[in-house]
Write a new protein. Structure first.
Length: 114
């Protein structure tokens, strides 16, 4: 059985969607604590949540343009998350999930561009 870039992209889209839903819905209390700990405003937390969930939903579209927009959205948000963790000198264990999600969204974007 041959694994195509399309299959890899579909798997990554599902992983990204499930991960974002899990973190921003199921474990939302952890997000609230993290934003308080890092002294980030609640409006920013809410905006990031809306954008991440919206972008994750876009990834599931059959329209390639919408998938690209969703992947770019997650790439931008996760880049911000990684830089925030880096700026606040978090240990790598605290932001490895951000790096992983950034990598996944970049791969989705790469595979949808080519």
């Amino acid at each position: 059985m041959e694994i195509s870039s399309h299959n890899i992209t579909e798997i990554l889209k599902i992983i990204a969607g499930v991960a974002i839903f899990f973190v921003w819905v199921v474990r939302y209390d952890n997000i609230k604590k993290e934003f308080i700990e890092y002294q980030l405003p609640t409006w920013l937390r809410d905006l990031v949540g809306i954008l991440k969930i919206s972008s994750a939903v876009m990834l599931q579209s059959s329209n390639i343009v919408i998938v690209k927009i969703g992947a770019i959205g997650i790439c931008v948000l996760m880049t911000g998350a990684v830089f925030t963790h880096f700026r606040l000198k978090s240990n790598f264990r605290r932001y490895i999930a951000s790096v992983a999600m950034l990598s996944i969204s970049c791969l989705i974007l790469f595979f949808t561009l080519y």
